[in-house]
Design a protein around this ligand. Sequence first.
Ligand SMILES: Nc1ncnc2c1ncn2[C@@H]1O[C@H](COP(=O)(O)OP(=O)(O)OP(=O)(O)O)[C@@H](O)[C@H]1O
Length: 813
Amino acid sequence: MHEVQHSGRSEDREQGRAAAVRAEQGYVDLLYARLDVLRTRTSQSLSEALGRGGGGGYAIRTEREAQAHENGRRLAQLNSVENGLCFGRIDAGDRGAAAEIRYIGRIGLRDEDHETILIDWRAPAARPFYAASPSSPEGLVRRRHLHLRDRTVVDIDDEVFDLDGLTEDDRRHLVGEAALLATLNRGRTGRMGDIVATIQAEQDRVIRAALAGALVVQGGPGTGKTVAALHRAAYLLYTHRRTLERRGVLVVGPNPTFLRYIGRVLPSLGETDVVVQTVGQLYPGVAAGTEDAPEAAALKGSARMAAVVEAAVADRQRVPEGDLVVETDGTELRVPHEICRHLRDRARELGLAHNRARKLFATEMLWELARAQDEWLEASLRDAEALLEEAGQAGRAGLSELEDPDARLRSEDDTAHARETLWADPGVRAAVDALWPLLTPERLVGDLLNDPGRLAAAAAGAERISAGQGLADGEMRLLSRPPGAPWTVGDVPLLDEAAELLGTDGGEEQDRDREARQRREQAELSAQDVVEYLGTYETGMMVDSAALLADRQEESSALTTADRAAADRTWAYGHVIVDEAQELSEMAWRTVMRRVPAKSLTVVGDLAQTGSAAGARSWQEVLEPYVGDRLHEERLLVNYRTPAEIMAVAADVLAEIAPEQQVPESVREGGDAPRAVRVDGAGGLAERLAEVVAAELAAIGEGRVGVLTPAARIAAVAAALPDAAAQADPTALDSPVAVLTPTQSKGLEFDAVVIVDPGGILAASPSGGRDLYVAVTRATRRLTVVHEGGLPAMLSRLGDGGPVPAATVGDHG
Ligand SMILES: Nc1ncnc2c1ncn2[C@@H]1O[C@H](COP(=O)(O)OP(=O)(O)OP(=O)(O)O)[C@@H](O)[C@H]1O
């Protein structure tokens, strides 16, 4: 694409620009006026729906709730588009004919006559705005970007594909300034923004790819994988709203800080009904934040653990050493060992989940116990008869049945009743539980990891299920942990695996209570959202509090799809997006894939950034078992984050750690030269670091500094920077300076990055080189490496303590 320079005097040019801006302002005013009208109307409809109270029959109430829900959603959407409502215009048409002008914005708008006045960026008609290029202009003569501050047009930006297609007047009014670069040069706020105005053609292909199958987006750092994936979610919800509103969309990200970083993008696009979770949150009711040590994480993430969990379940389905002997009412009931084995095998053969199969096992075992009781009773009665006979009192009423030696003493009903009585006996229940207990996933996995005996039994069982799936002694030690230890991220897929194998025993009161509690919590949360957005545009409706609204929602179960999906482990999403997907272990993939039976997925990541020992080395290898050949890969090759000078340093690191991977080409260059600062002696680091960070803050003005250092040095570095946010807490990004490990910084970006102790990062784990690559590529403007002793060889481009000249990307020298 080329930018058009003005001919003529600069005065003319300014006048032309001013006239064009005025003309666009007129149109933009019309759009906002329309938006205001729609807001008022929607707000009134919502007031009416909520104000009508809870009366009426079920159908009326349900309809009213649905209306309120729809109006609420629409109002939230109308409110979310206030900033930058319209950002583009395309002029299409054949040479000579008048151009057809379309305006592109965050939502679609029609006027009172139902004429389209603004096209939603996701609509097919908006596509040329993103896809047009000089070699393939898609019928456009011009693409115009509109820059708005609040409701005022402050600038416009033109790219012309067919100069001859413009009128003389239009040509005089052309203005050129790269919209993209203007956006990229802005200081960072700690929260990712949307890019609807500047989506690039290669990203547009990703965003608008078909819903079915698995789309893999492989791209180097800063190529817009995350931002494109989020826009894709918004696009899919717009294009396939009927399916996806019902089934929901799940976005999986690496950690809570990252989720907070990206948390504003979808709401700013008017989409609030998407579930966004880390792997540690995928199992409802457990919020795992702690990571295992790398070796344990690798083992827990390995697919071998599926066999271990399976064997752990099988190990809870037992046969007694000898006969089963149960004491009840002073009587000893006995079920022979062989029968116990037979009952267990039969229950297993059903192929049901453990807790369901338990019902059958328990029922049959009670029959056996009741039979044993019958036999004991009969024996007792016969003994009594013999005694009576001896005493010459045979034929007494009530014992006449004994005249037929084969007659049953007790009817079927008696036996059924006996089973109930037996089941009520704690001794009997304990005996059944010991052989086939009702288990929760938490108990199964907890017992497995806390109890070396159980772990050894499961390991042996896994080896029997499939040779090579067992665990060596050292591996068992890696997995063992004290009772009461918090759940780790690596435990979550184990819990999910266990839940799959255990199932529920159906109709448990506990389940119902838990569900009701979760529903209530979710209702309150979503009601809070409603109250928040009504805060701005409320029109005098009666909303006392989130609790009141929650009551209403709960009553009508008008929970959003996202609320219900997030609370339900067995929910089948319509589409799942996995970000930083290279970090997911085999076990985590099993969990994710259970959430999306239709296997409609967007998987974004960068194999060169894999830090986790359990993570991916090849997309084919990871995904093929689930999606077969329904796998489509797109590559993003342009880096929108990191300037060329810093990417040259990253390229050196990449050449060492993953020479087969391509360095993305930076869209920007000419930034500040990256530098190394050497510190010496005790106390040197603390003193110099504070200076370095202060200098970086001064250099970037408004913006964020990320100080990235190995885990072992976090405390010392934080002590040297008392004003910095130094926890991997999601709010760390609100602070001008955040101290993080490279792993915690994955997916994030900062105006200035200060890497402290690069040698320590390299030495901290087997994937230290990849972590250093991640750290270097977090910078949008400036990079400083603070080191003691020599610089690692792969950073030698930085010299040893002084600023270095800029170099071109791809030069690995
Ligand atoms: N078309 C675009 N217009 C404006 N900004 C963009 C565009 N594409 C990407 N960016 C910006 O570039 C930066 C990097 O994008 P993003 O975080 O999505 O990259 P990524 O590929 O996920 O990176 P990483 O692998 O390092 O996590 C973000 O600030 C994003 O907003």
